[in-house]
Design a protein around this ligand. Sequence first.
Ligand SMILES: Nc1ncnc2c1ncn2[C@@H]1O[C@H](COP(=O)(O)OP(=O)(O)OP(=O)(O)O)[C@@H](O)[C@H]1O
Length: 360
Amino acid sequence: MTGKPVLSLDHATKRFGDTVAVEDVSLDLREGEFVALLGASGCGKSTTLRLLAGLDQVSAGRVLLRGADATRDTAAARNVALMFQSYALYPHLTVYQNIAMPLRLRRLSVLERLPGAAILRAPVGRKLDAIDAQVRRIAEMLRLDPLLARKPGQLSGGQQQRVALARALVRDPSAFLLDEPLSNLDTQLRADTRDEIRALHKTTGYPFLLVTHDQSDALSMADRVAVMIDGRIVQVGSPESVFKRPGSRAVAAFIGHNRMNMIPSGPAAAVHPMGARFDLGIRPEDLRITPDGALDAFVESAAYHGEESILSLRGPGDIVLRAVLRGAASVPDQGSRIHLSASPEAVHAFDIDGQRVEIA
Ligand SMILES: Nc1ncnc2c1ncn2[C@@H]1O[C@H](COP(=O)(O)OP(=O)(O)OP(=O)(O)O)[C@@H](O)[C@H]1O
């Protein structure tokens, strides 16, 4: 990664009473990059984001802004843009007024915000002109210009989302943090908004941090994925590396639409020689039915899902396995015996502590 760090956590820990929400987390958000913080519910993602934004203070460790200690800086001084899943627009204000609001609060005094203030004093007029130019620039970028006079109630969900994005961006933030921005959206809108956020990242060049529990969002949108489990970041890497080379059993189990099969050492030797010493993981979609496959299994059930079929299997030593058959592959009968194999690069090995062992 080439860019300089813009916003960083340096060995940050956050406790709430006896609960350790975030433990010894170090993470850089660099110039122009898109990072996804991925983890299950309650693992500490939102707290991490709040620490970066300055909405919560670290219990230990530091927050850095462009390399300088910002641990005690207020949220306003860090100027980080935030977007949450509920985008809470002001319902009584127009789209234009919603987008302009952060700039009015920041640049105008209480008196200057009164209606008619611009007529009385020229400097106020100039400030309002500058705000107007900025609002129109952002509105154009997000294709909101035809909607500026509407109120939020007169917009679709996706349009409201774009207004919220515009309002967050208008302040020219140091970084843009998004907390589950897609979770309230239906499938189509979700796909569109994903594209929208990706495009926005490209156009603006701000560092983006997306907090999500959804691996598809993380893998499809980010340059780097940070996987968080129980308050710790356990692996950071490209989407491909996190998926193809999970650093631990826990990451392997978390990433992938179908949970990775774990075959204990011993029976696992049927699949790969390393299985004599290590537990082996194989994704259900990487198991193939082949007449000479070394892994015997009994078909307990087969569920047809249209594009794929999922087999529930019982393997040697009564281990439970799943296999995903794609496309036109013929589905074996319930109660039959089959033979399975996997190519060596689809086999992951884990030691007794659950850490990845390279076997290639
Ligand atoms: N203000 C608080 N007081 C006490 N405990 C808290 C507080 N905020 C968070 N926690 C606890 O810290 C842990 C991490 O919470 P956090 O909201 O960061 O998780 P998350 O990964 O964002 O979860 P979700 O995806 O469900 O939003 C949880 O156990 C939560 O109960």
